[in-house]
Design a protein around this ligand. Structure first.
Ligand code: GLU
Length: 450
């Protein structure tokens, strides 16, 4: 059974970069008929916040990335302690007493001698008496995993044959001096315990994977398959970090970006498959292929996403629109006709509500002073309601004949008078749905009874 997981640390809002990880793991699980686990990596109690846990759930929910189970690392500390005991018993976890300042100094000396800044394993040489002395001094140990000094190799689902030279790495700290278990160990214990079969994560984790594969082996557990996706960069190739705020999932939602567009965009971006408008998840799952993703940095352009979102919105079937509006509790008697007329013109769903209000209540007419007389005359020629599909053409033909105006000078003031706006859906399609405009004195151009 395929099991994947998305493992955010609740130390901030989800953004496009880590959301991509969520999307790929979700697709992988659904494609292979497996389970998708949400794992909250909250062992760092100082930096983890409950409001971010809530935000993560809300974001995934909004995007339709439903999870089959949720686990929290803070509730699994006993498992990590037991695993640490096993590593200690196997001689793979050793206590170290250096302070951060001491380690820093040692690194500087190594660098000045052009040596790699790798931990020298000095603590392995400590005798029992020295250990006892250090502890008596009040030093609490941190614990390092003893790496096998050999190359770790795996067939990466995205990058192909991958190799990390463990001899060039420092033995990773798995437990801090304040006894906090670090992600490197907790993640391995969880992946093994939860039967995770595939781990898709960012390329910034490649080195971690090298050490974690050794930890799996030391714990006698099978390592999952790993795939490391490229990191996202901005439109000019710059790192995304500066702009993370504006790219948070919450910000996308507030900007009215379609959730389906976010998912379909991230589901294909950086792969050899084009980004396509999708209106349901099944199509995305169907076409998902982890091997189609490339290893080089992937350009993420928020404007491309916005354009993709508008296309996605316009392609939504009316039934989906109605469900969405009902879901958010908007009072609606939206009809398929309304969506046919208005949908193709929208950039954001929120604009649909405004058009709905205009259709129901009529717009406040906008009339430029120089058009006042023209509009007043045109409105007297407006046929009585109900208006039909031919009304716009018939009316504008009549107005044209009566006033001699044509083109933009004819159409724009009439559109403004009826909708209060310069742009919008095709007037011919809109007319049958529109309530008559509300005329202010200014709009009447001072002429009573227009
Ligand atoms: N909490 C880790 C992170 O957000 C999880 C990495 C992983 O997927 O193993 O980077």
């Amino acid at each position: 059974m395929t099991v994947t997981r998305f493992a955010p640390s609740p130390t901030g809002l989800l953004h496009a970069g880590n959301l991509r990880t969520a999307v790929l793991n979700w697709l992988m699980a659904r494609k292979l008929g497996g389970r998708f686990i949400l794992r909250i990596d909250d062992t760092d109690s100082e930096r983890s916040e409950e409001r971010f846990v809530d935000a993560i759930r809300r974001d995934l929910d909004w995007l339709g990335l439903h999870w089959d189970a949720e686990v929290r690392q803070s509730a699994r500390l006993d498992l990590y302690a037991a695993a640490a005991d096993r590593l200690r018993a196997a001689g793979r976890l050793y206590d170290c007493y250096e302070t951060a300042a001491e380690l820093d100094l040692r690194r500087k000396v190594q660098l000045s001698r052009h040596l790699p800044p790798v931990y020298d394993r000095a603590a392995l040489g400590l005798g029992d008496a020295e250990r006892a002395r250090l502890r008596a001094e009040g030093r609490a140990p941190h614990w390092r995993f003893l790496l096998e000094r050999e190359a770790v190799e795996w067939d990466d689902l995205i990058r192909g044959p991958e190799r990390v030279e463990a001899a060039s790495l420092s033995d990773p700290v798995l437990i801090r001096e304040d006894a906090q278990v670090l992600y490197t160990l907790a993640s391995v214990v969880d992946d093994a315990d939860l039967g995770v079969t595939h781990v898709i994560r960012g390329a910034d984790h490649v080195t971690n994977t090298g050490t974690q594969i050794q930890i799996f082996a030391a714990l006698g557990a099978a390592a999952p398959a790993f795939g490391h996706h490229s990191l996202l960069v901005g439109p000019e190739g710059e790192g995304l970090s500066k702009r993370l705020g504006s790219l948070s999932v919450a910000a996308l939602r507030e900007a009215g970006v379609e959730p389906m567009a976010v998912v379909s965009f991230l589901a294909r971006l950086g792969s050899s498959h084009p980004v396509e408008v999708a209106t349901d998840m099944a199509a995305l799952v169907e076409g998902f292929e982890i091997g189609s993703f490339g290893a080089s940095p992937t350009r993420f352009d928020p404007e491309e996403l916005a354009a993709h979102s508008a296309k996605t919105l316009r392609a939504l079937p009316f039934d989906d629109v109605r469900k969405r509006l009902e879901y958010i509790g908007v009072e609606t008697k939206l009809t398929p006709d309304f969506w046919t007329a208005v949908g193709p013109n929208l950039d954001r769903m929120a604009d649909a509500f405004e058009w709905w209000a205009i259709c129901r209540d009529g717009a406040e007419a906008v009339v430029a002073p120089e058009d006042a007389e023209f509009v007043a005359q045109a409105l007297t020629l407006l046929p009585p309601r109900p208006w039909g599909a031919d009304t716009w053409k018939a009316w504008t033909d009549t107005v044209k004949a009566a006033t001699g105006r044509k083109g933009r000078a004819l159409f724009l003031p009439l559109r403004r008078a009826l909708t209060g706006r310069d742009h919008g859906p095709e007037m011919a399609a809109l007319m049958p749905l529109l309530a008559p405009p509300r005329l202010t004195d200014a709009a009447r151009g001072g002429r009573e009874g227009a």
